[in-house]
Design a protein around this ligand. Structure first.
Ligand code: GLC
Length: 436
């Protein structure tokens, strides 16, 4: 059983691997290299093909901009099967963007620090892996420096995202209130995603208008960070994004310690880390909801919604033991009913919960993996094992889909697997969970 699943997962990854040395998330739907996908994919490869794991990371970092920025999509090829593509994003507007690759002018959650550490732990040839890490780590450090220098205008230790696509959780109901403050034009464009996937499982046309509008504003300022901080209608401190950065800071500190003679960088990382952890608990932990929430910097108010991102600070060791206990109570009471698989992407007790629609409810394997690791870190073994078992069951029964219905009766009816099939991070992270 386990061996068969591992073989199938490897097949998914190998078939999505491209000549250029990187892996697409899913055929047709996502034909380029995505940043945080590549990080998760590299973890899967590390278990059976270290060349591919390293190549995944080095192709991504090869597209880094001179200011440390790592883009969310790298358009390695000229296909027009994806919208919005390179001609829409126009990364060349930024003076420090890559001269070698076109990309978006957006980022995605900073996973690379902890991915490098994970590769080191999985590796059977530590000398080789440490050499590889030695060649890449300064680029990841430079990326963290980019975030703290450019994405934290109030110098709080928490960085912002200026677009919902930067969060990785594209159409979460969390963003709805921000879109209501925007007066986006009605754009004319041809969507490509809805020719591959049932529109019922994807964002709406109106949501796409908002997504494009924010990018048009950023382009108007040539993707200048200071201008974006002044003018973007979307400016949010997101708990998942900041938790990934904090987790990656922690990994960089440990890796630099292993490599030796990098005291100045370790010192910087420790400074960022201390401030960031304090502010996560001080500003983003909501004592009534007992969960980490979001802060809308543009409209100067907290966004008091609970999503699967609300639990990701466990992975980075951010909450105290006492707050971790409270988080678990919230997880179990709102998301953990016996008729539900863990973990819905949005609070199933909310009126905005939509079980089929992308990030408005379905279960995503990457968030489950982060949750699994976080629960283990705090010693919540039983729930951690439930998250792992649920992930494996969803995949075994349905295949390596992009997202899944959290309702058990819908899954047993055979209609609960959504989005793209043969989805790379679903395969990669199942490989890692099976190897625990
Ligand atoms: C979707 C997801 C995003 C992911 C991308 C490629 O846009 O929301 O998180 O990186 O697809 O898989």
């Amino acid at each position: 059983m386990k061996d068969q699943l591992l073989t199938e997962a490897q097949k998914v990854l190998n078939e999505n691997f491209q000549k250029g040395g990187f892996t697409i998330p899913s055929k047709n739907l996502y034909p380029f290299q995505w940043k945080w996908d590549s990080g998760f994919i590299a973890i899967g490869y590390a278990h059976y093909d270290m060349n591919k794991a390293e190549s995944e990371i080095s192709t991504l970092l090869d597209a880094q901009w001179d200011n440390g920025f790592i883009p969310h999509i790298i358009f390695h090829t000229d296909t027009d099967t994806y919208f919005p593509g390179a001609d829409f994003h126009k990364s060349e507007l930024h003076p420090m963007s890559s001269k070698k690759y076109r990309s978006t002018g957006l980022v995605q959650p900073p996973v690379l620090g902890f991915v490098l550490e994970k590769i080191y732990h999985i590796s059977k040839d530590k000398t080789r892996s440490l050499e590889f890490i030695g060649r890449q780590i300064d680029k990841v450090f430079h990326n963290h420096q980019y975030f703290y220098q450019n994405r934290d205008p109030l110098n709080e230790g928490l960085v912002y995202i200026y677009h919902n696509w930067e969060s990785g959780t594209d159409n979460s109901p969390v963003w709805d209130g921000i879109f209501e403050t925007m007066d986006s034009p009605e754009y004319e464009f041809e969507r490509r995603d809805t020719s591959h996937v049932d529109p019922e499982q994807r964002p709406t046309k109106r949501e796409y208008d908002h997504y494009l509008h924010i990018i048009e504003i950023a382009k108007q300022y040539n993707y200048d960070d200071q201008k974006i901080a002044q003018h973007s209608p979307f400016l949010v401190q997101d708990p998942l994004f900041n938790a990934m950065l904090i987790k990656s800071n922690e990994s960089l500190i440990r890796l630099y310690t292993l490599l030796g003679s990098n005291d100045d960088k370790i010192e910087k990382l420790e400074k960022w880390q201390k401030k960031a952890v304090f502010q996560m608990n001080n500003k983003l932990f909501d004592n009534e909801l007992n969960a980490y929430i979001y802060y809308d910097l543009r409209n100067k108010k907290p966004i008091r919604s609970i999503s699967s991102s609300s639990f990701t600070p466990l992975f980075a060791g951010i909450p105290s033991k006492e707050d971790a206990r409270k988080l678990i109570d919230t997880l179990i009471s709102n998301f953990g009913g016996d008729d539900h698989y863990l973990c819905a992407s949005f609070d199933p007790t909310s009126e905005h919960f939509k079980p089929k629609k992308y990030w408005r409810g379905p279960v995503w394997i990457n968030l489950n993996w982060i949750l699994f690791k976080g629960l283990k870190r705090y010693g919540f073994e039983d729930i951690a094992n439930r998250v792992k078992a649920d992930s494996i069951e969803l995949i075994t029964q349905n295949g390596f889909y992009e997202y899944f219905d959290c309702r058990k009766d819908v899954i047993s009816s055979g209609n609960g697997a959504y989005g793209g099939n043969n989805f790379s991070w679903s395969a990669a992270l199942i490989i890692d969970m099976l190897n625990q």
